[in-house]
Write a protein that binds this ligand. Structure first.
Ligand code: FNR
Length: 189
């Protein structure tokens, strides 16, 4: 330690509850995790014609991922899947063929929704994508956050003690998972 964690927020909404959740997670994480947001909103829509000549925004984006030890995905669920913006960003990170920068990064997924299943289906689909990209994933604990109004303050303060303790535990488990992954085989930087 310290370990470098890049985090993705799967929502572009100015009022995103997942962005607020990301703030809560950063507040509650162990001190030895250092966070950098991996911004996805400026990427064009990927297609393979870019493979021979990635634009600067995409090269910078990939370099920011490559510099991390681990990746945290904080995402809403759109129509029982991950948002297109996040999938697009993952596709950019995975190409050109053989230059997938997500491979071997220690990953965790979490998300919040007003609905009762709290992004469970989106997370399962995201996990399939990360599996294909050869990213080790924290399997447990899982975290499906039902975001009732007032659960978070805008700065990421959690108003419910049980939820706060759960999220602190989630980040503590992620720290231990990252340590295990790096101990077995260090991720390329
Ligand atoms: C949603 N929402 C939603 N919620 C859910 O639990 N399962 C779903 O499949 C969907 N589908 C969906 C599609 C689209 C296009 C939108 C805009 C919304 C509701 C969603 O959870 C809610 O809008 C959250 O507030 C989105 O997260 P952010 O943007 O606040 O982080």
């Amino acid at each position: 330690p310290p370990y470098k964690v890049g985090y993705f927020v799967g929502s572009m909404s100015a009022a995103s509850i997942n962005r607020t959740l990301s703030k809560a997670l950063l507040r509650l994480a162990p001190q030895d995790l250092v966070f950098t947001e991996i911004r996805i909103g400026d990427l064009p829509l990927y297609n393979r014609d870019y493979d021979g000549n990635y634009p600067k925004v995409a090269r910078d984006y990939k370099a920011s991922i490559a510099a991390q030890d681990a990746l945290l995905f904080v995402t809403p669920e759109y129509n029982r899947s991950l948002p297109g913006a996040l999938k697009n960003a993952i596709d950019w990170a995975s190409r050109p063929y053989g230059e997938n920068v997500i491979a071997r990064k220690a990953c965790a997924v979490i998300g919040a929704s007003p609905g009762a299943i709290g992004t469970a289906v989106a997370q399962q689909q995201l996990r399939s994508v990360l599996s294909f990209l050869q990213a080790p994933q924290m399997n447990a604990p899982e975290a499906y956050i039902q975001a009732r109004p007032g659960l978070f303050e805008p700065d990421g303060t959690v108003t419910d003690e049980g939820t706060e303790a759960f999220l602190r535990g989630f980040m503590g488990s992620f720290f231990e998972f990252i340590e295990r992954v790096l101990t077995v085989v260090p991720a390329p930087r």
